[in-house]
Design a protein around this ligand. Structure first.
Ligand code: DGL
Length: 270
């Protein structure tokens, strides 16, 4: 048996939005221990430069690998996936698998024969990076895609403004934008957005496909772990661990929104 099988899986995000991905992973891989890191000291990543996000990402990956002994890294943040995935993959080549949230979604979109015109909403940095646009057009040249930066959504969700008049009016403004007309599907390309998936579906009266990456990424991770023979076969349950780079009461409270239950956050300065 490979000793690494019992090591944890490392997951990181700019903050606690990535807990939506952690939730999906813990459902698909219930025997795995997860170590989550939210870089709350540097949140939001959504309007930071690519270079700075790469710098933060490598520090987080080092903590997860060197201190926490993780056997795989999941970048549970669209912005960090757009800015730092290739960089991290190259840095960690041959050491351990690195999974991002963009490639599994791109794969899903290009393989769905019913998707002809896809909309993508995300942070400013994710949209400006052009990563989704480049990957989709390279893989399926006749696919039409439309993108829109929706920077108000992540802070709005984090502050708990969901299912109320403020979220309704922000969503109407964004989703009514001319860029997003005539789409048949919409990618929620930010880890916070699954929390408003229902409101978005309601806006479109359930007529278009709304895609969030949490489950798609969890399924992809399971496949990779199987292929690499890294799945934990030991049924002894180890508690998940949750770290943030800046611990405040507000972050502690918000975890309930993203993880469905209260979790004890620990602080680890970067
Ligand atoms: N987690 C980020 C993402 O998925 C959103 C929050 C941020 O801007 O840091 O893009």
């Amino acid at each position: 048996m490979d000793a690494r099988q019992e090591y944890p899986i490392g997951i990181f995000d700019s903050g606690i939005g990535g807990l939506t991905v952690a939730t999906a992973i813990s459902k698909v891989l219930p025997d795995e221990q997860l170590v989550y890191f939210g870089d709350t000291a540097h949140l939001p990543y959504g309007d930071k430069s690519l270079g700075l996000i790469q710098e933060y990402s490598i520090k987080i990956a080092k903590f997860l690998i060197e201190v926490k002994n993780c056997k795989a890294i999941v970048i549970a943040c669209n912005t960090a996936s757009a800015a730092a995935y290739s960089f991290l993959r190259d840095e960690l080549k041959g050491k351990l698998p690195v999974i991002n949230v963009i490639d599994p979604m791109v794969e899903f979109v290009i393989q769905n024969p019913n998707i002809h015109h896809v909309g993508i909403i995300a942070t400013k940095t994710t949209i400006a990076s052009g990563v989704y646009q480049e990957k989709l057009s390279r893989r399926k040249s006749d696919l039409i895609y439309s993108t829109l930066a929706t920077p108000l959504l992540a802070p709005m969700i984090e502050e708990g403004f969901i299912h109320n008049s403020i979220s309704q009016s922000v969503l109407h403004e964004y989703l009514g934008h001319h860029e997003l007309q005539d789409i048949d599907s919409l990618v929620l390309a930010c880890t916070h957005y699954p929390l408003i998936k229902k409101e978005i579906s309601d806006y479109y009266q359930d007529k278009i496909l709304i895609l969030d990456s949490a489950e798609i990424v969890a399924a992809k991770l399971k496949m990779i772990m199987q292929k690499e023979q890294l799945l934990n076969n030991n049924k002894i349950h180890k508690e998940h661990q949750f770290y943030v780079s800046d611990l405040t009461t507000s972050f502690q409270e918000t975890t309930k929104v993203f993880y469905g239950q209260r979790i004890a956050l620990r602080e680890k300065k970067l």
